[in-house]
Each structure stands twice: as structure tokens, then as C-alpha cells.
Design a protein around this ligand. Structure first.
Ligand code: GTP
Ligand code: MG
Length: 704
């Protein structure tokens, strides 16, 4: 579930913040009551005194700032509640000459802001209309997105127990005329056009597509001495090029689909290309603070709003989270001091309209991270430079979301990554520490098949505004680092490739329902094709037809949305119950496959418990997640050649690649990887960890 943030037009969004409910939440940092243990304020686990970070979630134990080691030598420690909050207190008392320099804002941005200030009344009116449309009189909130509850089962738990699985897609009530016609309609479509027909018009543009994405990195100059770790051979996974099915799909797709003229026309040339930028990394590395600070520097958060965040954060004893609160909106997120759902915000750089996707770093919310970051064109991997915290992210006490997120991001097909080495203030902007992190993490990124040339390394401090939108002013940093600041690094990314010539495909990330007016809107990234108001779309897996009523990009109404755009689309003529996250909007004649059993080519990650026939897993494919069971392990693949090295092995262990079959408890919208990459990447999770990444090689059974 994504939360879209709009500071420009909706200043009073925080008025809905329910202080009363916050008061009822449990206090943080409770004493454990058990001698020899300390209590994690994030996940509430009782940890042994000897552990520096939480055994369950990896959060670094609160320390009291700078620690001295045995030799009396000064080492750097992190303190979330003491040191950082001191810094935050001083942060808001900056004298004018210490105030951050004005951000580098593009002409386009300035022009647009100027236009906006003129048109603000008009846009506000539009927004108010929308707000009204999506506001029930019985509800205080403008949109009907229930935040994930911390005390409820994690997304993983829910999927494992099958409560929130894709099979919960519209179960059409018996006896309903509309419903039965929907079912019939859907079946007819599926029968007429075997779902396999939905293929990639450019034939997955060549045999190159028969490789998993990361193969493209194989020419990269690897970091020397890169360890042979799990991800090393992901690129060797290849699809069967001779697959008859694949050939026929590609052929039929070309014959069947021709884009309309308006799709190819460049009507909205004034708009710079949209870049979906996922901000990922280990819990507490400073992702939300970085996003909040960036938005503030770029004028996307008003002074009034910032002042409000600062005041409220201080009142709640969380002064250091004032910038993070710009992204963390819910009472629970603020009380816990962690992000739980992906927050979406926008800003303009010189080159791009950037869509920031601020992901949760806590391991319990990796499924939410997957759902949001799967839309990414590029990523900012935020690491905490302080001693112990960086190490925890790399897998200190067995959990390390720096690694897990990097691995996942690469598996989403993201090739360009900016590593933001944050909290450099806590290590006194030490070059040695930065170089150490670059070396350690660089080896891992290389093993994930990120090209060295596609990884940018930026030392910065979000809290002290060093190196974000201008070069560093602190001489401790500027004395040895003269490279790009973060904003320039973002502008140096290559614009993502877009394909409007293929049939429409919009995986649904979020659904916003207005029960009051019975209207439904979906949010997500257009993977292929284009949309405009009045376009007819097929909503899968329900198989219902709907009409596009309005489209919004960056909270502004637009007439056409094209591949790559992150949009909100309101639909007409469909029952809200028939639209679900994990579904897909597609071309009326070209429905995506709805599958209940799949063949996957996977790469097993660093797991402890082997994968067996019968293993229960959660499968994540774009925004869909479903409980599943491994029904067959067909073959083990040789790490080097990718050829079958053994048939029907009994178990799969860490770092092996294999072909397996899975039976889903329900159904998901999916495509074979050779047909559509975005719908053909799969992630297997179990016991709260990602255990394998892979691609869909065959749809074995189609569901209905
Ligand atoms: P999750 O979303 O829960 O994974 O956390 P996050 O990565 O978004 O971290 P968040 O922005 O919530 O910040 C965590 C803590 O780190 C807060 O107390 C911030 O004030 C602090 N912090 C963030 N950036 C910096 C920095 O540059 N320097 C210092 N000293 N503290 C920072
Ligand atoms: Mg956060």
C-alpha cells in the first residue's frame, strides 16, 4: 500500500492526526524487567545484554553517543534518542547564515511553481473536489486507505495464513446479476484469447529477453575479489529459447495489437521524464529523514508544515524525527519511529520529475517495500555510516536489510543505484569510514551484478544538510569529497526506457474506494502503453470492463498518461469490490494471465532452512502476493553454465539455482518473464525473510 503525500495542496493533512489515539499506544523503551536483557523499542524483543543490535529486527541498541573502546580511543556510536535529538534541537535553531542554501531548482520547476502559484486556487478547487468525491461524510479521513497496524500480523503473516491473498480477489456474490455476467464475461475473454496471447509486442524485444535482467550487467568491470555469493549467478538463469509457447505468443501479439495514434503522439512534451526513485535501506538508516529534508530544501514542504512537524515531534519527545514525519504520517509510524508503508512524494530536478518512494526498512515490512519499490526505475540505497549500524545492515546478527533491499532492487530490474552514506556527522565525516563502507558494500553490490559504473557513492548527512542539494559546507567533508551532491547524482541517472507501443499494462498498487459515491480509483505505474480519459480498460482478474474517468499525475490532472508514469486513475462503470491491489488494468482485448500454478527459475538466497517439496512460501509478483506450496523441484542448475546439473533434487540449499513448480492457494495476475518482465519476476518469502528470487518460466495452470 502506498501513501501519496501532498504538501503543496493539502497543508492541513496533519490536522487529522489523532493525538488521543497516540496516548493509548504503548510507551517505547520499557525496561525489560529481566536482568541481563535489554528491550528493543521497535519490535519489543528482549535481547541479551551482550548484543549491540536487536536479534530480531537488527535495530541498533540505543547508546549514549560516542563510545570509548578499551584502549580509550574514540570510536563512533549512534544514538537515536540522545545524540540525534540534540542535533535536531539545534537544527531548528539555526541562525540565518547557517540556514541551508537555496536548493538547485530547475527552471522548469521554477516555472511550474510560478504557474502553480497563479493556478493554485484552481488546482486547490480541483483537489477539493477530488477530496469531496473520495470523502465519506462518516469518515474524517479524505481517503479510505487503512494504514497497516503494527500490532496486527505482518504482511507476511497475513499472506502465509492466506487471509490477504490474491485469491480474495472479487468473490462474486451468488445470485447477483452483475456478478454472474462478470464471471461469464471473464471466462469468455479468457477462452477467446488464451491468456498466453498477452505478449510483448516487441517480442520481448529479441532473444535478449530470454535472459533474466541482471545478465545485462555481466560485462561490467567487476570489483576485484568479489566474493562468490548467492546473487553471483542470477544472470546465468536463462529461459528456454526454443519454447514454442513463447514464439507463438510473441507472434500473435504483434499481429493483434497496434497502438493508436494518440498514444504515440508527444502531446505533453513540456513535462520532463518521470523517474520512479525507490529509497531503500536498513531500518533507521535515515531514509525518511533524507526524503523529508530533500523535499523541504526543494520547497515541496511549506514552512508552516515543517514548523508543525517540528513542534509536534518535539512535544512527543521525538524531535529528531521532524523531517521523517514529513513521510511518516500515521500515528503508529510516528509513535514507533519507523516507516511501515511506502510513502510517495514528488519533486522536480533539472532533468526529471522525481517520484520518491520512501520504503520501510524494518524487516517485518519487506512485503510493503517490495510492493512499492517494484515500480522503481532507479534506487537510493541509504546506509547508516555509524559504527555498528552499518554492520547491522550488512547482516550483523543475521538480519541485514541493506543487503536484502539491494538484492531485491536488483531483482526488480533496477540497474542504477545511488548509495547515500548517511549520518556521516556521527563519524565526523571520516574518509576512512566512507572508504571502508564503499569497499564492503561495493563487493556485495558487485555480486548482485550492479555495474561499478552504475553505482554512485555519496557521503552525506541528512540531519546536518551536508551534500544533499549543494556541495558540502562542512570542511571535514569538503576537504576530501568534491563529487556530486545527491541531487546532482539523481540528475546524472540515465532516463529510463519507456514503451508506449505495447498494449496497456498497469499493475494495481493501491485502490482508493469512495463508498459514499461508489467510485473507485487505482494507483500504480504504467508499465506499458498509454491511457487517456474515456479509455476502456479491462480490470483483471475480475475481467470487468471499466472506463477511465480522470487521470492524475503528481496530484495534477492530466489528459494522457504513458508508460513509466506513476498515476492515479479513477474508474467508472465497475463495482469497487472487483478492483484489488495486485490486479492489473489491461487492454480490453488482451487480458493478462491469471495463474494458479507456475514454473519458476529461482536463485536461492542465504537461507538456513532448506527448501523442500511441500515447503510453504509466500510468492510476491509485482503488487500481488499469495500463499503457495513448492510442489516439485524439477532440476538443479549448474552455477556457471546454467545447464541442468541434477534432476529432481530432494532439497535446495543456499546459493543454488533451480527450476521448481509452485501451486498457489489462490490466483495471481502474472506473465512469463519472456513475455513481460514486470509481471514475470517472482520473490519467495518464508518466516519473514526473502528466501529466493526468480522469474516465471511457465504458467502451468490458469485460474479463474
Ligand atoms: P525506517 O523507515 O523505519 O526504516 O527508518 P528510516 O531509515 O526512515 O530512518 P528515519 O529517517 O526515521 O531516521 C531514524 C533516525 O536517524 C532519526 O532519529 C533521525 O533523526 C536519525 N537520522 C537521520 N539522518 C541522520 C543524520 O544524517 N545524522 C544523524 N545524526 N541522525 C540522523
Ligand atoms: Mg522511514
Amino acid at each position: 500500500m502506498l501513501r501519496k503525500l501532498n504538501y503543496e495542496l493539502d497543508y492541513d493533512i496533519y490536522d487529522e492526526y489523532d493525538d488521543a489515539s497516540v496516548g493509548k499506544l504503548p510507551l517505547l523503551d520499557k525496561p525489560t524487567g529481566k536482568p541481563g536483557f535489554w528491550h528493543c523499542s521497535i519490535c519489543t524483543n528482549n535481547n541479551d545484554e551482550s548484543l549491540l543490535s536487536c536479534d530480531t529486527c537488527g535495530v541498533f541498541r540505543d547508546s549514549t553517543g560516542i563510545i570509548d573502546n578499551d584502549s580509550g580511543e574514540k570510536v563512533y556510536g549512534k544514538s537515536k534518542d540522545s545524540r540525534a535529538s540534540v542535533m535536531a534541537r539545534s537544527l531548528f535553531a539555526l541562525s540565518p547564515h547557517q540556514m541551508p542554501k537555496p536548493a538547485v531548482i530547475s527552471d522548469i520547476f521554477l516555472a511550474k511553481e510560478a504557474v502553480k502559484s497563479h493556478e493554485k486556487g484552481c488546482i486547490e478547487a480541483y483537489f477539493n473536489d477530488l477530496q469531496k468525491t473520495f470523502t465519506s461524510p462518516h469518515c474524517n479521513h479524505s481517503i479510505n486507505i487503512a494504514p497497516f497496524k503494527f500490532d496486527t500480523p505482518s504482511p507476511d503473516d497475513i499472506v502465509s495464513s492466506g487471509k490477504n491473498a490474491a485469491r480474495n480477489f472479487p468473490k462474486v456474490p451468488l445470485g447477483s446479476t452483475k456478478a454472474s455476467s462478470n464471471i461469464t464475461g471473464k471466462k469468455e475473454i479468457v477462452n477467446l484469447l488464451p491468456v498466453n496471447e498477452v505478449s510483448n509486442s516487441s517480442s520481448a524485444s529479441s532473444s535478449k529477453d530470454n535472459h533474466i535482467d541482471v545478465s545485462e550487467s555481466s560485462n561490467s568491470r567487476d570489483y576485484e575479489d568479489a566474493p562468490q555469493i548467492i546473487a553471483d549467478d542470477l544472470h546465468r538463469l536463462k529461459l528456454d529459447k526454443n519454447s514454442k509457447d513463447n514464439r507463438s505468443k510473441k507472434a500473435s501479439r504483434n499481429v493483434q495489437y497496434k497502438p493508436e495514434k494518440w498514444m504515440l503522439s508527444d502531446q505533453e512534451q513540456g513535462i520532463s521524464s518521470q523517474l520512479n526513485l525507490a529509497v531503500v535501506g536498513h531500518v533507521d538508516s535515515g531514509k525518511s529523514t533524507l526524503c523529508g529534508r530533500l523535499l523541504h530544501l526543494l520547497g515541496r514542504i511549506s514552512k508552516k508544515q515543517m514548523h508543525k512537524n517540528e513542534k509536534e515531534a518535539k512535544e512527543k519527545g521525538k524531535g529528531s524525527f521532524a523531517y521523517a514525519w514529513a513521510m511518516d504520517e500515521s500515528a503508529e509510524e510516528r509513535q514507533r519511529g519507523i516507516t511501515m508503508t511506502v510513502a510517495v512524494a514528488y519533486f522536480d530536478s533539472k532533468k526529471f520529475r522525481v517520484v520518491l518512494l520512501d520504503s520501510p526498512g524494518h524487516k517485518d515490512f519487506v512485503p510493503n517495500m517490495i510492493s512499492g519499490a517494484t515500480q522503481a526505475d532507479a534506487a537510493v540505497l541509504v546506509v547508516d555510516a555509524s559504527v555498528g549500524s552499518f554492520e547491522a545492515g550488512m547482516g550483523g546478527n543475521s538480519v541485514g536489510q541493506t543487503k536484502e533491499h539491494a538484492q531485491l532492487i536488483r531483482s526488480f530490474g533496477v540497474e542504477q543505484i545511488i548509495v547515500a552514506v548517511n549520518k556521516m556527522d556521527l563519524v565526523e565525516f571520516s574518509k576512512e569510514r566512507f572508504d571502508f563502507i564503499k569497499l564492503q558494500l561495493g563487493l556485495f553490490l558487485c555480486s548482485c551484478k550492479f555495474k561499478e559504473s552504475s553505482v554512485a557513492w555519496i557521503p552525506l548527512s541528512a540531519m546536518e544538510n551536508q551534500n544533499l542539494v549543494t556541495t558540502a559546507s562542512d570542511v571535514r567533508l569538503s576537504s576530501w569529497y568534491q563529487g556530486f551532491c545527491l541531487l546532482d547524482a539523481i540528475d546524472s541517472l540515465k532516463p529510463p526506457q519507456r514503451d508506449v507501443s505495447k498494449p496497456l499494462l498497469l499493475p494495481i498498487c493501491d485502490v482508493v474506494i469512495s463508498h459514499f459515491v461508489g467510485q473507485v480509483a487505482v494507483c500504480g505505474k504504467l508499465e506499458f502503453g498509454a491511457l487517456r480519459a474515456s479509455s476502456k480498460v479491462l480490470v483483471m482478474p475480475s475481467g470487468d470492463l471499466a472506463t477511465v474517468q480522470t487521470i492524475q499525475r503528481d496530484y495534477c490532472p492530466c489528459t494522457i498518461a504513458k508508460a513509466g508514469d506513476n498515476v492515479a486513475v479513477s474508474l467508472q462503470g465497475i463495482d469497487a469490490g472487483h478492483v484489488m491491489p495486485g490486479g492489473v488494468l489491461c487492454h480490453p482485448d488482451l487480458p493478462v494471465t491469471v495463474a494458479s500454478s507456475l514454473e519458476l527459475k529461482i536463485l536461492v538466497l542465504d537461507i538456513v532452512t532448506p527448501i523442500l517439496v511441500g515447503s510453504q512460501v509466500e510468492i510476491h509478483i509485482h503488487h500481488a502476493k499469495e500463499a503457495a506450496r513448492v510442489t516439485k523441484i524439477l532440476s538443479l542448475l549448474d552455477q556457471k553454465s546454467g545447464k541442468v546439473s541434477r534432476n529432481a533434487p530432494r532439497i535446495l540449499t543456499a546459493r543454488q539455482s533451480a527450476i521448481i513448480e509452485v501451486a498457489l492457494d489462490g490466483t495471481v495476475c502474472v506473465e512469463e518473464f519472456s513475455v513481460c518482465r514486470a509481471l514475470g519476476r517472482a520473490f519467495l518469502r518464508a518466516s519473514g525473510s526473502t528466501i529466493a528470487v526468480g522469474i516465471v518460466t511457465r504458467v502451468l495452470e490458469q485460474g479463474s
